[in-house]
Design a protein around this ligand. Structure first.
Ligand SMILES: Cc1cc2nc3c(=O)[nH]c(=O)nc-3n(C[C@H](O)[C@H](O)[C@H](O)COP(=O)(O)O)c2cc1C
Length: 326
């Protein structure tokens, strides 16, 4: 179903209008420029980079250069940072601000040990006063709005309501909430009612995240929580058309073929032939519904090939899939 672009902003991040309510969630290793640009062209309302380590920005900028690249068509563009030291976060934020993003976001949700256990990502949710310090510093010194993406909290200690208030009181312009604790990781059910609780506590826009899998879920979470926007993460892999309000089983085969081609081309343009192919594998598995095959079989089918042959292979797999589904 074609949805005309919104003519009125759905919400504002401080003074920045956002047209539309469904947004590709930031995902490390997934929401790179090729995938973001596909999703944005299909209706994702704004773009978030993958999270970027503030220490890398300051100490080895070449290593993270590609993560910070974006194109004007992605605007409003959000660069997401993670770190645990307010001064370093500010220093890195000032540096990335020069790249011209519309918004800078602080990650308060990553549960990975290497991040959370040193006090960054969801580790920040255990130190609310530090969050206050970070948002105060950033909102005082940056020209662009500062936003935060968080979880419910660490474990039993669910500080999301306190942290939401702190973000708003210290100059934050938007809160995205993934309704799970650190302990839950990505399992169990996301608690949408927590998104509703935060929405009723703050005046800044709130985005709900977690378990929005099908088109109907977009409206369900909005109705249940009154949130301003919805993030879609894992379900957008293999189905970026969800941003055009199509479930995967509604997407015509020819549309899949065209998008696979475009996405692979963008990957190769961005990463070069070999890395572009290698990094496309995880997307190909989802697009071509190969999830049920075991890891080795998938690896063998999608092994690196000379330029052109990889696309040919994807075309053959696609034709086979279309025949099976007919
Ligand atoms: C592979 C992967 C990487 C992720 N990386 C990030 C990240 O860099 N920054 C962030 O804020 N959230 C990250 N997330 C969390 C998602 O943005 C989202 O909140 C979460 O996956 C729940 O939404 P979903 O059920 O739609 O996937 C990541 C999730 C996954 C699965």
């Amino acid at each position: 179903m074609f949805r005309p672009p919104e003519t009125q902003p759905t919400f504002f991040v401080r003074d920045i209008p956002v047209y539309g309510d469904a947004i590709l969630a930031p995902m490390d290793g997934i929401s790179d420029w090729p995938f973001r640009s596909i999703c944005r062209s299909l209706g994702s309302a704004m773009s978030y980079t993958e999270f970027v380590n503030v220490q890398d920005i300051l100490n080895r900028p070449r290593y993270v250069k590609h993560k910070l690249k974006f194109e004007p068509a992605e605007r409003p563009m959000v660069i997401q940072l993670y770190g645990d030291d307010p001064k370093l976060i500010l220093e890195a934020a000032l540096r990335v601000q020069e790249l011209g993003p519309d918004i800078i976001d602080i990650n308060m949700g990553c549960p990975a040990k290497s991040v959370a256990h040193r006090g960054a990502g969801v580790g920040l949710m255990r130190t609310p006063l530090k969050i206050a310090h970070i948002f105060r510093l950033l909102s005082q010194h940056l020209e662009v709005p500062v936003t935060g993406k968080m979880r419910l909290g660490w474990e039993d200690c669910q500080t999301y309501k306190l942290v939401a208030r702190i973000v708003e009181e210290n100059g934050g312009s938007l809160i995205a909430l993934h309704g799970r604790t650190k302990q839950q990781g990505y399992s169990g059910q996301a608690r949408w009612e927590a998104v509703g609780e935060v929405k009723s506590l703050v005046k800044i826009p709130v985005i709900g995240s977690g378990d929005v899998r099908r088109v109907e879920d977009i409206q369900s979470i909005k109705t249940q929580t009154s949130c301003d926007g919805v993030m879609i993460g894992r379900a957008a892999m293999g189905n970026p058309w969800v941003f055009s309000r199509l479930d995967r089983d509604q997407v015509p085969a020819e549309m899949v073929r065209k998008t696979v081609q475009q996405h692979l081309q963008k990957n190769i343009e961005f990463y070069g032939e070999a890395d572009g192919q290698r990094l496309f594998r995880k997307h190909a598995i989802q697009y071509l519904l190969l999830q049920d095959l075991d890891r080795d079989t998938r690896k063998e089918i999608l092994r690196p090939r000379p330029a052109g042959e990889f696309m040919l292979l994807l075309e053959q797999l696609h034709t086979r899939l279309a025949e099976l589904q007919a």
